[in-house]
Design a protein around this ligand. Structure first.
Ligand code: IPM
Ligand code: MG
Length: 351
C-alpha cells in the first residue's frame, strides 16, 4: 500500500533521530511491499529562523494532506533563556495540536527488562509496570482565555477552561483504551480545589454506567504523582487534563530507565502525529549520540494507526532485539556505545 507521511524533524536532535526512524520505515516498506512517501515540513525554531513562523501554513497543509505525521522535537535554548521572545518554538507545537484537533495524547509507559537497572526506582517496584497516560491535549490552561499581563506588567494570569464535550471525548477514549487492556481506568483531577476538575468528575460519573466492566477510580493529581512512584504497577490507563498529563507523563517516563525509549501518539480530528516524548536535547544535537528508539517506536505506533499491525510488531521486535544485544546509544549502554546512525542502520538491517 502507498502512504504519504508528513515528516517534521524540527530542532535539536530531531533531524538525526527522525532519520533513523525513516531508515527503519524504508526497511519495513521494502520487506512488506509498501510505499512510504516522506514529505518534509518546517517546524519549531528552525521554521522561525527560515520563515518567521514555528508552524507555517505550508506545514499545516502538508499535515492535513498526509496519512500520518512523523515528528521529531522542537525547542531551542536561545528562546528558553529569553522570556521576551515574541515567537517561541513551542507555539508551533501548540498551534499544530490545535489546528489538527489533536485532543488526545497517548503515552504508553513500558519497562524493558534489560534496562531495569537504569531506573531510579527499585527494580522490584518497576519490573512489569505497564500503563498508558491518556492526556487531553487541546484544552485546559494551555489554551484558556484570558491569559496575559496587566498593563503595568506586575500581574500575570492564565485560565483553565474545559467544556463537558471536551471531557467526554477524551474520557471515552480512556475507557476504550482500558477496555482493550486490563480494564482499569484512573481519572486524575484536582476536584477538591478546581471547578474544571469538578466538571471532569461529574462528567465521568455520568458516563460510568456505559462502561460497567471497567474498574474506575478517581485520584487527586498530587496523590497520583506519589502513587506513580510508590506503586507504578497498580496503573493500567490514566486519563487526565492537559497540564496534569504533561507533568505525570514526564514523571512516569523516567521510571522506565530512560526518557529515550518512550513514544507517543497524538490523535484527534485530522491527521495523527507520532513523536518521541523526550524533547530536542540541544546539548546532543549533531553529535550522533542521541537515542533514536523513542522515535523508532513512534514510527511503530504510526504504522499501527495505518492498520499495519504486523509491520508495527516487526519494529517492536527489532527494538527488543537491539536492547538484548546491546546495540544501543550511550545513555543506556553498559559497554561500548553505538552511534545514533549505527543503531538506525542496525535496526533497518534486522527488520
Ligand atoms: C510535551 C512538551 C510540551 C507540552 C511543550 C514543549 C510545549 O512538554 O509535549 O509534553 O508542554 O505539552
Ligand atoms: Mg511535557
Amino acid at each position: 500500500m502507498k502512504f504519504k507521511i508528513a515528516t517534521l524533524p524540527g530542532d535539536g536532535i530531531g533531524p538525526e533521530i527522525v532519520e533513523q526512524a525513516i531508515k527503519v520505515l524504508k526497511a519495513v516498506a521494502s520487506k512488506y511491499g509498501h510505499e512510504f512517501d516522506f514529505q518534509y515540513g518546517l517546524t519549531g525554531a528552525h521554521a522561525i529562523d527560515e520563515v518567521g513562523d514555528p508552524y507555517p501554513a505550508s506545514t499545516h497543509d502538508l499535515c492535513v494532506n498526509s496519512d500520518a505525521v512523523l515528528f521529531g522535537a522542537i525547542g531551542d535554548p536561545k528562546f528558553d533563556n529569553n522570556p521576551k521572545a515574541r515567537v517561541r518554538p513551542e507555539q508551533g507545537l501548540l498551534a499544530m495540536r490545535k489546528k489538527l484537533g489533536l485532543y488526545a495524547n497517548i503515552r504508553p509507559v513500558t519497562t524493558f527488562k534489560s534496562l531495569l537497572h537504569k531506573s531510579p526506582l527499585r527494580q522490584d517496584l518497576v519490573e512489569g509496570a505497564d500503563f498508558v497516560v491518556v492526556r487531553e491535549l487541546t484544552g485546559g490552561i494551555y489554551f484558556g482565555e484570558p491569559r496575559g499581563r496587566t498593563e503595568d506588567g506586575n500581574k500575570a494570569f492564565d485560565t483553565c477552561v474545559y467544556t463537558k464535550e471536551e471531557v467526554e471525548r477524551i474520557v471515552k477514549l480512556g475507557f476504550e483504551y482500558a477496555a482493550k487492556r486490563n480494564k482499569r481506568l484512573t481519572v486524575v483531577d484536582k476536584a477538591n480545589v478546581l471547578a474544571t476538575s469538578r466538571l471532569w468528575r461529574e462528567t465521568v460519573q455520568s458516563m460510568e454506567k456505559d462502561y460497567g466492566d471497567i474498574e474506575l477510580d478517581y485520584m487527586f493529581v498530587d496523590n497520583a504523582a506519589m502513587q506513580i512512584i510508590q506503586w507504578p504497577k497498580k496503573f493500567d490507563v490514566i486519563v487526565t487534563e492537559n497540564m496534569f498529563g504533561d507533568i505525570l507523563s514526564d514523571e512516569a517516563s523516567v521510571i522506565t530507565g530512560s526518557l529515550g525509549l518512550l513514544p507517543s501518539a497524538s490523535i484527534g480530528l485530522l491527521t495523527s502525529v507520532f513523536e518521541p516524548i523526550h524533547g530536542s536535547y540541544p546539548q546532543a544535537a549533531g553529535k550522533d549520540i542521541a537515542n533514536p528508539i523513542a522515535t523508532v517506536l513512534s514510527a511503530a505506533m504510526l504504522l499501527e494507526s495505518l492498520n499495519l499491525t504486523e509491520e508495527a510488531e516487526a519494529i517492536r521486535r527489532v527494538v527488543d532485539k537491539s536492547l538484548e544485544e546491546e546495540v544501543v546509544t550511550e545513555d543506556i549502554s553498559k559497554g561500548k556505545p553505538y552511534k545514533t546512525s549505527e543503531v538506525g542502520d542496525w535496526l533497518a538491517a534486522n527488520i
